[in-house]
Write a protein that binds this ligand. Structure first.
Ligand code: UDP
Length: 481
């Protein structure tokens, strides 16, 4: 109950991309399981997968989570029909239009807040204008970034100190100042708009995001304290942010159905997938997936196929192709599927990732280091091959390979939006062998298993994340008007 005796009511408003929607839906289930009334704010097309996911949450008293659907102004913003999610942004010129459409949601959101009167608005970092909404109605606003304490801290130190301005080349390593662990970075691993010091609508948005964050009540982080204690402390104590860690959020999904229904419609029947995995020995399959946004070209896909074959490992490989490759069958080496029959499973489209990662047969994960995937890999206790593409993924790679030491880099040098830097087959083979074979692989597996146990303890009753969620709810209740 709030301080006035009513049930605490929160609006959760995720950015329209699966990497943001999925953890917020998990968060909704978590809050609801602690008696908080939740309204998830989204748009018509995104509502389809969200409601499917909520319906499968058997553990829940259903009425605790409602969906509030705002019409998405595609036409008004000059977007093509049906373009309601970042994964349908196929060219860069659509990006400013997409953000324009998002900002047009301010008026309908205000109307909804006026009608429903939530106590708190937890909004994605990419909706900086929600600070005005919260201020207008005098409600609390929390921010969700969807990434680790490590990368939140690294990004902030990078922004404040700009160490990349003092190197003589794009490949010269420099230390990220003040970040614990002496972490080195290169200019090439930074987003192009930072590298090129270019002013764009996106860099303007990021400035607005910073300004807005300084006015929020606090930040909710999908992580757990034991995973990155130095960085959680740094974020709170050195950078002075008020933050709660309540993850790994994916661990709130219990049964097969619930795990299988996260995100988009799966391209494979979950039972068929489990049957395939059931026929394999423990830790004998490597799972390869690059999240919801990355789309490699045919040449890169071919290198991955050849690398996988040369590694001699069994695999599940999730393939999301770029536009020009969609109808082009020429991305697999000749005879690959015949040779790999029974040994490798290709999923063309969306995979039930957490279901796969949690299967005992899966013993390694080749990941693009999106934070959700990284943390799901940690929670599943698998060593990882890190293959960052863009966003803040290069920071997450450093956390896995240099701090947690539960993975090895495939060797990506450069941040390249969506299509990624080019990696050769030999590097793919070598990195996969390192996590799946030999003493080094065993060491990483041991470490990964320990981290997974810590993750489970963190979300169990009285664990660090469980307690931080409790503290957050208590604080919201006592501050709610
Ligand atoms: N995911 C999935 N199946 C896929 C691809 C992605 O279930 O085929 C899920 C994955 O489990 C994770 C999210 O989508 O929860 C992707 O988020 P992440 O932060 O890893 O990467 P992004 O997609 O934002 O780059």
């Amino acid at each position: 109950m709030g301080s006035d005796g009513t049930q605490l009511h929160m609006f959760l408003f995720p950015f329209l991309a699966q990497g943001h929607i999925i953890p917020i839906v998990d968060m909704a289930k978590l809050f609801a399981s602690r008696g908080v009334k939740i309204t998830i704010v989204t748009t018509p097309l995104n509502a389809i997968s969200i409601s499917k996911s909520i319906h499968k949450a058997k553990s829940l008293a259903a009425p605790q989570i409602e969906l509030l659907i705002l019409e998405f102004p595609t036409a008004e913003a000059g977007l093509p029909d049906g373009c309601e999610n970042a994964d349908s942004i196929t060219s860069l010129d659509l990006l400013p239009k997409f953000f324009k459409a998002l900002s047009l949601l301010q008026a309908p959101l205000e109307q909804a807040v006026l009608e429903k009167r939530p106590h708190c608005l937890l909004a994605d970092t990419f909706f900086p204008w929600t600070d005005d909404v919260a201020a207008k109605f005098g409600i609390l606003r929390l921010v969700f970034h969807g990434t680790s304490f490590f990368s939140l801290s690294a990004t902030e130190f990078m922004r404040i100190h700009e160490p990349y301005k003092h190197v003589s080349s794009d490949t010269e390593p420099f230390l990220i100042p003040h970040l614990p662990g002496e972490i080195k970075f290169t200019k090439m691993q930074l987003p192009e708009f930072i590298r090129e010091n270019a002013k764009s609508e996106f860099s303007e948005l990021l400035n607005r995001v910073k300004e807005s964050e300084s006015k929020c009540y606090g930040v909710v982080v999908n992580s757990f304290y034991e995973l990155e204690a130095d960085y959680a402390d740094c974020y709170r104590n050195v950078l002075g942010k008020k933050a709660w860690h309540i993850g790994p959020l994916s661990l709130c999904n219990k049964g097969t159905e619930e795990k299988a229904q996260r995100g988009s419609e799966s391209a494979i029947d979950e039972h068929e997938c489990l049957k395939w995995l059931d026929s394999k020995k423990p830790n004998s399959v490597v799972y390869v997936c690059f999240g919801s946004m990355a789309k490699f070209n045919s040449a890169q896909l071919k290198e991955i196929a050849n690398g996988l074959e040369a590694s001699g490992q069994q695999f599940i490989w999730v393939v999301r192709k770029g536009k020009e490759e969609e109808d082009d069958g020429d991305w697999l080496p000749e005879g690959f599927e015949q040779r790999m029959e029974g040994k490798g499973l290709i999923i063309r489209g969306w995979a039930p990732q957490v279901l796969i990662l949690d299967h005992p047969a899966v013993g390694g994960f080749v990941t693009h280091c999106g934070w959700n995937s990284t943390l799901e890999g940690v929670a599943a206790g698998v060593p990882m091959v890190t293959w960052p593409v863009s966003a803040e993924q290069f920071y997450n790679e450093k956390l896995v390979t240099q701090v947690l030491k539960s993975g090895v880099p495939v060797g990506v040098q450069k941040w390249v939006r969506t299509v990624g830097d080019f990696i050769k087959r030999e590097a793919v083979e070598k990195a996969i062998r390192r996590i799946m074979e030999g003493e080094e692989g065993e060491e990483m597996r041991k470490r990964a298993t320990e981290l997974a146990e810590m993750a489970r303890r963190a979300v169990a009753e009285d664990g660090s994340s469980y307690s931080d969620l409790d503290a957050l709810i208590k604080e919201l209740k006592s501050s709610a008007v």
